[in-house]
Design a protein around this ligand. Sequence first.
Ligand code: DOR
Ligand code: ZN
Length: 353
Amino acid sequence: MQSTIDTLTIVRPDDWHLHLRDGAVLNSVVADTARQFGRAIVMPNLRPPVTTIDLAAAYRDRIHSALAQADIEPGSFTPLMTLYLTDNTTAAEVLRAKESGFVHGIKLYPAGATTNSDAGVTDLLGRCAPALEAMQACGMPLLVHGEVTDPAIDLFDREAVFIDRVMIPLRNAFPELKVVFEHLTSSDGVDYVRQAQGPVAATITAHHLLYNRNALFQGGIRPHWYCLPVLKREKHRLALLEAATSGTGRFFLGTDSAPHPKGLKEHACGCAGCYTALHAMELYATAFDSVGKLENLEAFASLNGPAFYGLPVNQGTLTLRRATYQIPAELPMADSTVVPLAAGESLGWTVQQ
Ligand code: DOR
Ligand code: ZN
C-alpha cells in the first residue's frame, strides 16, 4: 500500500491537543513541540488547573519564557490557551476568555476521568448551562474528554457510552455550540462525528492510528503505551485511520502528547499518557503511509484544524523525508527522564530540520 512519495512538504502543521506541563520540564517539552508545529492547543490540566483568564495569561507568559530559554525564534510558535471547565465557570469568565483573543477553547474533563481531573465537571447540563450558553453565543469551542467515569462501565466502552449519555444530550441542548471530540478512539466516535449535524470535529492521536490494545500487552505489560482514553481493538484503529486519512474536514491532528517521569509510568499504578511531541510528524507520516494516503496528511495536520477554529493556516512549511528515524530510548527532562512512545524503535519517516 505504500506510495512512491519520498519527500513530502506540507504547510507547517499545528497540534490541536497538547500537554505542555509546567515548571522544570516546560522548556524541553515546548522545544520538542515547536520544532515541528506552528501552534498548539495547550491543555489546562495543571495542578491547580487553569480555570481563569488570569491563570491562563500567567501560564502563557511562562510558555513564552520557556520558548525564549530554548532559543525558539519569537513568533515561530504560538500557544493557543484553554480554560478548564468547572461546575463554577461563569458566563462572564467565558466572555473574558473570548475577548482575550488568546484563549481558543474551554476543556471539559468529566471529574475523575484522567490525570488531574479531580476539579472537573460533575453534572454538565445541570451545573454548566450558563457557561455553555455563553460559549455557544460567542463561538468559543468546547473541547471534550469524551469518557464517562461510571465505574460500572467497562473501561473500553467509556467513549461509546459517553456519546449516548453526554454528547447527544449536550448537542441537543446547545446545537450551535462548537464541539471538538478530543482524542477520538473508537469507531462509535468516528461514526458519531461523521454524521452529527452542526459544528462538530475531532482530534486523533498518532498512537491511536498506529496501535491497538495488543500494544499494551505485547511480551508483558508495557506502561509507555498506556493513555486515556485507552487503546482499543483493531477495528477501532482501522476506523480512526480511515477517518484521519480521508481528507474529511472534521478530523484533525491532536497528539495528546503527555509526558510523565519514567518512574511514574513504570510504577505499580502507572500514569496515563504517551510522549509523542518529539516525533509526532514522523509517527503520523508512518500511519498515513501505511494506507497509501500521504497526500491527505496536509489536510489533517495543517488545514482542517485552522478551518474549524477560524484561524489562518500557518506561514512556512515542514518537510518529511522517507529516511529511517531512530526513536531515542529515553530523554532527559529537567531532573527526570521521559520515555518517548515506541522508544528504541525506528520509523520510516524523518522531519527535515
Ligand atoms: O493519557 C492521558 N494523559 N490522557 C489524558 O486525558 C490526560 C493526559 C495527561 O495529562 O497525562
Ligand atoms: Zn489530553
